[in-house]
Write a protein that binds this ligand. Sequence first.
Ligand SMILES: Nc1ncnc2c1ncn2[C@@H]1O[C@H](COP(=O)(O)OP(=O)(O)OP(=O)(O)O)[C@@H](O)[C@H]1O
Length: 329
Amino acid sequence: MITVTDLRKVYRQGERDVVALDGVTLSVPKGSVHGIIGHSGAGKSTLVRCLTLLDRPTSGSVAIAGQELANVSDRDLLAARRRIGMVFQHANLLDSRTTAQNVAFPLELVGTPRKRVAERVAELLQLVGLDRFADAYPAQLSGGQRQRVGIARALATDPDVLLCDEPTSALDPQTTDEILALIKDLRDRLQLTVLIITHEMHVVKRACDSVSLLEAGKIVEHGSLAEVVGRLGGRLSGALLPLPGEVPEDLPAGTVLELLYSGEHAVEPVISGIARRFDTDVNVLAGSVESLGGEQFAHLRIHLPAGADTAAITDHLKASGIAVAAKEA
Ligand SMILES: Nc1ncnc2c1ncn2[C@@H]1O[C@H](COP(=O)(O)OP(=O)(O)OP(=O)(O)O)[C@@H](O)[C@H]1O
């Protein structure tokens, strides 16, 4: 479990204060994956540095499994840092060491007995699917395999939290999905708490149980994946389940509605239901249907002709639990 409360970081730049984190609060339960998504300059790197104590927060607190990190003395810093395993965009492996020796490195640093190191390395390589590559050097591995070594190394000292900073930004789409599947597998097998910092919506879709949108140092939207997708008009909803294309300019008079629904509605004939019940044509302009956060979601843009009883149709849809937003065509 990781809990961040009202975290602020202000940098002094000449005469000016730069507020990089402006009261960030978030909580990631044990055994779940939380995504922090944000554009360049949003404060993601600052958050990573504050969580790993490379930078001291100006105020606020960070607690891992109930233990406050922000007040740790310099003497206890190394031990505190070991509670967070770090995975970076590039695995940054030592080229002169084999896979097994790279994974062993953090264990050697803390003086683990040699026999225990060998056992632990074997366990970890099996966990990340690299047991056959123990003696390979980084140059002999693919980008995805190198990232697996990086993940095994991050888990070597048995941290409470895995903090992944843009873990798939340097990988191709298929390898990205393999690494994200591995992270979810580790979450389930080890009950690991994972925080993924990313600028890619795909990573949130594929791997995260919950997500926070970071903007100018503030969390402006957050929730479980299903919650944020379900907020029609919300920034995360629009980005996670976007509609292809724009509203055509040459539409006949009428009303354009955007609908968003999930669960049992997503398999019900909503559109033909409206057509029958209100005796009207319905033209589907765009649609996305996808399973996100364990729920099936449908996001549609439809056109109702002039003369259709738009108010009654909207009321009916809302009463059925479907989110609706209208635009005149
Ligand atoms: N050491 C520093 N001194 C002054 N300002 C800083 C410092 N580090 C970061 N900032 C400022 O804090 C804000 C957040 O920066 P940060 O690097 O955390 O964003 P980011 O989301 O990680 O962006 P990117 O993805 O481009 O790395 C920016 O306005 C940045 O200029």
